[in-house]
Design a binder for this molecule. Sequence first.
Ligand SMILES: C[S@@+](CC[C@H](N)C(=O)[O-])C[C@H]1O[C@@H](n2cnc3c(N)ncnc32)[C@H](O)[C@@H]1O
Length: 490
Amino acid sequence: MQLNAEELLIISKIALRIKALLGLHFTENRFGDLARGVTEAAKELNRSETLPLVLDWLNQSGLSESELKVLSTHLTVNETYFFRERMALDLLVEKIVPELLSGKKQITIWCAGCSSGEEPYSIAMTLFDNFSESECGRIKLLATDISERVLNKARSAIYSAWSFRETPDSTRAKYFVPMAKLWELIPKVRKFVTFEYLNLVADPYTLDHIPVQNVDVIFCRNVLIYFEKPTINAITRKFYNCLSSEGWLIPSQTELNEAYFPDFKKFYFGSNIFYHKTNLQKQAAVNAHRIENGPTHLPMPKVIKRRAEPPVQPKKTEKTEKDDAPSLTVSEVVGMYRSGQYEQIVRMINGWVNNDPADMAVYTICLQCYIQLGVVSDTVIWADQVLKRQNVNARFLYVYGTYLLEQGELEMASKVLKKAVYLDGTHVLSYISLGHLAVEQNNSSRALKYFGNAINLIDSGINIDFVDDAEGMTRGDLRNMIMHFIELLV
Ligand SMILES: C[S@@+](CC[C@H](N)C(=O)[O-])C[C@H]1O[C@@H](n2cnc3c(N)ncnc32)[C@H](O)[C@@H]1O
């Protein structure tokens, strides 16, 4: 969304108001997303969608809970998938749950910021795979989010292939029933999870007016990145108070920052860090053993090897896509992407062969659609065709190179990512992916060089367009994450 100077001023006021209302922090490079989100929310509530009137509305005191819910639904990033950051699940079944079950009759796990349910259902499936029926019967699993839309999706428990990008086929076959191109979770797992609305910025945490307390394990992953440090500290303090005396807090490995968890003790599990309330000294020996014997790899994108699947053939439409394409702007295509119209975009772009620079943004969206549709061969064939274009840019190369890295195609990934930094020496995310690639190739010194380049670029303060591809991270979040990768290497 293109904003003029006057709109920028208004949207910066809206950003402050949204931070006060929902805690969500929008940096300037996400003002387009913010403008789009608030206007969509205004539209859904039958209010005027012009930005000055949206600001007037938000400035009213006492917005109703239903208005806040609609705003949250349009302003949150809900990206998630099954078995994300699996190491946390390993810790749960190897240590946390056995210890808790041996000392307590009933244990409670809370998944805070659960999005469309992939995370809590992964926890449930892992518990069913590792514990007896009667042990699982002693575990309560609560999942909460601020977005009603994702909560409804979670309750319906029907998922597309993209949610399974890290799920073994055998697990999907065991717990899901196929329906057309989708999969429905079996009732036993669905019933195991209770989904509720809860705003993590609200105070205190209650469900049906009952305080949330005596929780044994809190998963809160890929949620804190959307808040500023004071809000994060307030949330982790509330988590501390909700936890039982031996409770655990499981953040994402991309959200690690000493300053966020001052009340907690660190616990190393392999190279991963989690937090708990017990005395660190009691755990020191266990931790030392873990560090010595656990895996030493860096947290990095998982290498996903997918089965070969038949290519998605663009469907024939009555009008030629060439006729449709020029009438759409880049932001309209972005809108289609956000509403999940991946196949439609792929069909449309297939017939669109203009060579103007604006197309490259659209081609990148199309690549992301191919990735979302999950058929590796289609994605690679199409992306390789685009690479032959003269105006291919660093962002397209970054998205493609990182995808190849995730597929384990290290040589091709290296070529593509190196071309990205050759074309744009300030492309921070490409340097980070090159660092991960070097780690995969067991070349720590090269990884350090690339991570160092990324830090230098962030610190140089130059205007870097990285946020779109960094799941909404701020510059500071990204810096902390890279510093964590560096710490693990040195
Ligand atoms: C990127 S998703 C992460 C989902 C899942 N935890 C995972 O790691 O895959 C972030 C989720 O946090 C939720 N969220 C954002 N702000 C929130 C708030 N103030 N209270 C509760 N949930 C919030 C969003 O609605 C979104 O579903």
